[in-house]
Design a binder for this molecule. Structure first.
Ligand code: FAD
Length: 489
């Protein structure tokens, strides 16, 4: 790449690079705001660094999301006067090249907290600073940065309620800043790559039809989602959030993961519109779980692979490939599990209650390692997030911080009857059971033959029989747990 120093750079202050990562927004983006306030000409860049995350590079659904989110960000930046540059490669090398080409003397970015990202960023910062480049970094992704909330002895909290109580005693998060109205880019923007050439979208086959139908990636889509939630569902959120058949949660998770909206924006919008009623308070607590997961990952960098409770390293997991395949495809014979897994496959998202039931079924009824389930979620969720995904899988498996005790094993029939009492959720995602009456929809194998006939259900043909018997699987899971109890410290 030739070193082109634009003519205006010789007379004015050197430009500044704004490195976008998981903060694909203009509003409440402190790195962008500080760079703009420095009155330099800006070079916004996004770098696709395929090697950076190792096995935790974005999965298929995340790549789909990223493509559309970058399109939206590129349009927004161009409209304000500083077009987004796209480049692929090792982030350190790409930044060094860009600095050489543009004569930039400063780089601004918002901090990330995944262990691989923060280690990489620290190395890049050291390299840039050693070459005389100013680096300024900011907090944008969390309400409380990891390391800022600790117990009286200075140790990190391991119990959510204590962690969240501590968060609530510190000052309210700062108010978000508006998006800059205008930005000044270079007269001649540095060359970049075409987004289409990154091939983030699936083609053969194109499995993203269901995602296109329901999601609108980008900052405007995130704001629309927040507004819709605040005007419809937040008041009753505490009562309805566990009902997968209803549209009762915010669905902000992918927008939050990619930073198209920040938690401070959500926090203050909730406070302003919903006050501190039960729905609002409960919703803010869910943001607290997001905070807690990021803190856990910061303090236990091997959390995506290793159990936080070390005795679980000896757990007698099974290799059960046929069962794992049936679970992934939503063919377990347990309707609430299958509805969740099919919602995931068709929309890239799954309701939290269904995630809990489906994950519990995999690790307890099938005794498949939680890491296998986490890997599937990683590839198929549009909100796949290293902190949230690993912390929640560990919580369900019983090996996480503050985890539900292992012996509390979800019964998929009772969970279905309790949280999807009319069977709406199952009917939507498992259409072959749609005509079954509610009394049988969560346990079709117990329905009388005449009921199955009338609903056109032929077990083993149109819908599978249960791949395990839950009662027997429960006994087996408890025996497996008993085998490691003696190693608990
Ligand atoms: P809301 O109910 O509207 O909650 C608002 C926000 O709070 C969410 O967008 C999310 O950022 C946060 N939140 C809510 N519940 C949790 C939770 N239990 N843990 C952490 N943050 C939470 N969430 C992800 O964002 N990415 C993941 O990869 C992920 N993997 C999960 C895996 C399993 C096995 C389980 C049980 C849960 C997982 N979750 C994950 C948490 C949760 O299911 C989703 O955040 C939630 O369903 C997203 O929908 P929503 O935005 O409508 O949530």
């Amino acid at each position: 790449m030739p070193h082109i120093i634009p003519p205006e750079a010789k007379s004015a202050a050197p430009p500044a690079v704004v490195w976008f990562r998981n903060d694909l927004r203009l509003t409440d983006n402190p790195a962008l705001r500080a760079a703009a306030a420095s009155r330099r000409r800006l070079v916004p860049i996004f770098i696709l660094d395929d090697a950076a995350g190792g096995k935790w590079g974005p999965g298929g659904a995340s790549r789909w999301w990223l493509h559309h989110s970058l399109t939206a960000l590129g349009d927004d930046l161009a409209a304000r006067g500083a077009p987004l540059v796209l480049r692929r490669g090792c982030a350190a090398d790409v930044l060094a090249a860009l600095i050489g080409e543009t004569g930039a003397s400063a780089v601004f970015w918002n901090r990330r907290y995944e262990p691989h990202a923060s280690a990489r960023d620290a190395a890049i910062e050291a390299r840039l600073v050693s070459r005389g480049v100013t680096v300024e970094t900011f907090d944008a992704a969390l309400l409380h940065e990891p390391g800022t909330i600790a117990d009286r002895s200075g140790a990190p909290h391991r119990v959510f309620t204590q962690f969240w109580r501590a968060c609530r005693t510190v000052a309210e998060p700062p108010r978000p800043h508006p998006a800059p109205l205008r930005l000044t880019g270079l007269a001649t923007a540095p060359g970049g790559e075409r987004l289409a050439d990154w091939r983030l979208l699936p083609t053969a086959p194109d499995w993203a039809g269901g995602l296109r139908r329901i999601w609108r990636p980008g900052e405007a889509g995130a704001m629309a989602r927040l507004d819709a939630f605040l005007s419809s569902a937040i008041t009753g959120y505490d009562r309805t959030r566990d009902r997968p058949g209803r549209d009762a949660t915010s669905r902000l998770s992918p927008h939050l993961h990619w930073g198209e909206i920040g938690p401070r924006q959500i926090w203050h919008a909730v406070r302003a519109s919903a006050g501190d009623g039960g729905g609002a308070e409960r919703f803010l607590t869910e943001l607290g779980w997001r905070e807690f997961s990021h803190h856990l990952l910061h303090h236990a960098p091997d959390m995506p692979e290793q159990p936080l409770r070390r005795e679980f390293a000896r757990f007698p997991w099974r290799r059960a490939d046929a069962h794992l395949r049936a679970w992934r495809r939503g063919h377990t014979g347990y309707p609430i599990v299958d509805a969740g897994m099919r919602e995931l496959w068709t929309t890239g998202w799954m309701h939290n209650r269904a995630r809990m039931i489906a994950a519990s079924f995999l690790v307890k009824d099938l005794l498949v390692p939680w890491q296998d389930g986490a890997a599937w979620f990683w590839d198929t969720l549009v909100d796949a997030d290293l902190a949230n995904n690993s912390a929640n899988w560990q919580w369900i498996a019983g090996c996480g911080a503050d985890a539900a005790p292992y012996f509390r094993i979800f019964n998929p029939v009772l969970q279905g009857e309790k949280f999807d009492p009319d069977g709406d959720y199952v009917r939507r995602f498992v259409p072959e059971l749609a005509r079954l009456p509610a009394a049988w929809i969560h346990k079709p194998w117990q329905a009388p033959g005449s009921v199955l006939d009338a609903a056109d259900v032929r077990l083993g043909q149109t819908y599978p029989r249960p791949i395990v018997d839950h009662g027997a699987a429960r006994v087996r899971a408890l025996a497996a747990f008993a085998a490691i109890k003696r190693y608990a410290s």
